[in-house]
Design a binder for this molecule. Structure first.
Ligand SMILES: Nc1ncnc2c1ncn2[C@@H]1O[C@H](COP(=O)(O)OP(=O)(O)OP(=O)(O)O)[C@@H](O)[C@H]1O
Length: 711
């Protein structure tokens, strides 16, 4: 019997096919599993036929319904795997199939596809323009180097005509996938050595023979990032019936590399801009670790309860709801886990209070002791220095470094601070209360006294954790191979946590990886959003050095973000209602639209107006009923980790973004002032990068100083 495989190009459209067409696909595919090659060729219903004037002689079409055809790549080399590459209306299927050429990449050894006809037509046009261009995009890179990176004759010809990245983008839908990625990396300025490591080596099979093997079955096996092989009728039924989630099957090679590595010597960090599939990589790592032993237990954490609920659902999908496997993974937030640990040790645990109540207690302590500090200063000193370094007594505080704080404090002043801290903690004790970070400190003490409860800890949204939370995670697993796997993006740091992971016993040197391909948003949305961060430097995830978005890009294209000021709040809200209405008219479902603002108050107005216009809305606060219909309204903080087809960010005006009240005056502490501004800037970046296809950013009055100047 022949074997069957499905290319990602087929899945891209499968979910949108109508039911009878999908039924036709299932029927046709079942034949491939039931018949011999000779029977397939003779089958009248399937009507497997070659395509006239095809660039690829292996191209075949099959009948799916009266009007729809499947495009199949048939082996002509004695191997036995058929590859379904597309399903299209009759005429489109023939046109599509005739132009496409599948080939083996000489460096990655994977199967790639190009639009050979369009490349042949376009290259001479670009070549004549290139003759007079002052500089060509790949002028500095020799043919030999390009060939070593897998660039073949036709692509080389095209690449030599390009003058800039925009032209490369124009070619992006025509070029073979791996070769395109090589060219994109080179265009970003990465060295050929880096490109070989990050693009070629991660794809090339470890046991690749010196000379490329060209039979279709081997090439298909070499292309797990884009092709799924199906082993039996049951698997076929399952995958064609369920809604297809590409992230479960097709990992980008850079995701696969980090998630599937058999073992790491110690903690691993995976960074990448928004939407680069870090959460997906973390989930695949969990599945990989589960498969390595029968009974190991894993702690999987993220930042909020709402994100933990989402993560649990995704893990269920990835593990096919296997209860035994699911039972071995605890999916939670660090705070919730720490509470559990403390409660288990002393059932009469104290009640944690929020930031606002803490602020009130600091105010009380400052005024009772007549301290020469503001409540805000005390709260920050407590968070960053005292809890940050786990200082337990005055002597430790007197000797501590206050790096990162912008005001000097001599011993006398430190004594005053400490008296305030003691008073604050006394208030908490008197009221039977505590704070989340104090719970974490307590949990880390308890965990340090016993055997580590987990074999592995996997952390998503790692950028926002405080050192006290890291201490919990560090003590939840013994130091050693595969202890911690962290994913995060320092550009999305919105809670002012400063860490040096190395000093917390989480050294990731030599085990740091970066994801660069955005799967969520269009290139237009990314480029615009990245400009929000252009003026600032971002500290690395582990606190050592800085991070950057170099090479960060998307393969998707769409409309440019709409960035618009209005004369009044009322006009801005009216424009929002219009925008949402036209999105709904275009067929975007209400839950695929996100509206966000810095404050809940601005969302109240939006909610009122949308509701009055008869548009269903739903506020995202903590746990939102996921299935419920309605346009999602969320504060910028609550947007973390979410995504929508369309996002409207409201109220991006002066005074709101950054929120003046949350910014420490520069005179009080210049470093904290800068940190506060950065946090607010990142918050806007997070909000904008939730958009998949459409982004609008609006304000009334004066715009936020963070918005890039209109060009
Ligand atoms: N290999 C993949 N194939 C298809 N889709 C993918 C893949 N990896 C990720 N995605 C999709 O891209 C989107 C972003 O992925 P994910 O949430 O993992 O990114 P992230 O890096 O964690 O984002 P953020 O930092 O912004 O929260 C999701 O819709 C996810 O399903």
């Amino acid at each position: 019997m022949p074997r069957l495989a499905f290319a990602q190009s087929f899945w891209d459209g499968y979910d949108t096919l109508e039911k009878p067409v999908r039924a036709g696909v299932r029927k046709a595919m079942a034949k491939f599993q039931a018949m011999s090659v000779a029977e397939l060729n003779a089958d009248k219903g399937l009507h497997l036929e070659s395509v006239e004037n095809a660039r690829d002689r292996r191209m075949r079409t099959i009948r799916i319904t009266d009007f729809w055809r499947g495009v199949v790549l048939a082996p002509d080399d004695g191997s036995d795997t058929f590859l379904l590459v597309n399903v299209l209306p009759h005429d489109d299927a023939y046109t599509w199939a005739a132009k496409r050429l599948y080939s083996a990449n000489t460096a990655t050894r994977a199967l790639e596809v190009r639009d050979a006809v369009a490349l042949d037509e376009l290259t001479p046009l670009y070549a004549s323009a290139a003759r007079t261009a002052p500089r060509l995009l790949f002028a500095d890179i020799s043919d030999g180097t390009l060939r070593e990176l897998g660039i073949d004759d036709q692509v080389l010809g095209a690449a030599r005509t390009l003058v800039d990245k925009t032209q490369l983008e124009a070619f992006s839908t025509l070029l073979p996938e791996d070769q395109l990625e090589v060219l994109q990396y080179l265009a970003e300025g990465f060295s050929p050595e880096d490109v070989y490591r990050d693009v070629v080596a991660v794809r090339r099979p470890a046991d690749a023979p010196p000379e490329p093997v060209e039979d279709l079955a081997t090439l298909i096996a070499n292309t797990p990032a884009r092709i799924r092989t199906v082993t039996g009728p049951q698997e076929l039924e399952e995958i064609l019936h369920k809604p297809f989630a590409a992230w479960r099957v097709f990992l980008h090679p850079s995701q696969r590399r980090v998630a599937h590595r058999t073992s790491y010597g110690g903690p691993v960090q995976v960074t990448g801009g928004p939407g680069t599939g870090k959460t997906v990589a973390a989930l695949h790592r969990v599945r990989h670790l589960l498969g390595r032993s029968e009974d190991s237990r894993i702690l999987l954490t993220t930042y909020t309860n709402a994100l933990a609920t989402g993560l649990r659902e995704m893990l269920g999908l990835l593990l096919d709801e296997d209860e035994k496997l699911m039972a071995r993974v605890e999916v939670t937030t660090v705070d919730a886990y720490a509470h559990g640990v403390v409660r288990a040790a002393s059932p009469a645990a104290l009640k944690p209070i929020g930031d606002r109540e803490q602020r009130r207690l600091w105010e009380k302590a400052v005024s009772r002791l007549d301290l020469p500090f503001t409540a805000q200063f005390m709260a920050q000193e407590y968070r960053h220095v005292i809890l940050g370094q786990n200082l337990r007594d005055l002597d430790a505080y007197l000797g501590a470094s206050r790096r990162g704080r912008g005001t000097g404090l001599g011993p006398a002043r430190r004594r005053e601070v400490w008296s305030g801290v003691e008073r604050f903690e006394q208030f908490l004790r008197d009221r039977g209360e505590t704070t989340h970070l104090r719970v974490c400190a307590r949990a880390a003490d308890i965990l340090a006294d016993g055997p580590a409860p987990y074999a592995h800890v996997v952390v998503d949204e790692a950028q926002d954790l405080h050192p006290a939370q890291w201490r919990v995670l560090r003590t939840a697993v013994s130091p050693g191979p595969d202890d911690l796997f962290l994913t995060g993006d320092p550009h999305q740091r919105i809670y002012d946590s400063r860490v040096s992971l190395g000093s917390l016993g989480i050294a990731t040197a030599g085990r740091s990886f970066r994801l660069r391909v955005n799967y969520r948003s269009t290139e237009e949305i990314l480029t615009w959003s990245a400009r929000l961060l252009a003026p600032v430097t971002i500290d690395a995830l582990d606190g050592e050095g800085t991070d950057s978005l170099a090479g960060y890009r998307s393969l998707l294209h769409g409309r440019r973000p709409q960035v618009q000021g209005y004369a009044s709040r009322q006009e801005e809200t009216e424009a929002l209602v219009e925008r949402v209405r036209s999105l709904l008219d275009e067929g975007v479902a209400p839950h695929e639209i996100g509206v966000c603002a810095r404050f809940n108050l601005s969302l109240d107005t939006a909610e009122e107006k949308l509701t009055a216009a008869g548009i269903p809305v739903l506020r995202v606060k903590g746990r939102t009923a996921r299935g419920a219909e309605g346009v999602r309204l969320a504060t910028m903080h609550a947007m973390k980790g979410l995504e929508f087809r369309a996002v409207s960010v409201l109220g991006v005006g002066e005074g709101a973004v950054p929120f003046a009240r949350e910014i420490t005056p520069a005179e009080a502490d210049p470093l904290q002032h800068e940190a506060d501004l950065l946090r607010e800037r990142c918050l806007l970046f997070v909000a904008c990068t939730r958009a998949r296809e459409t982004l609008s950013v609006t304000w009334s009055g004066e715009p936020s100083p963070f918005l890039p100047a209109v060009t």
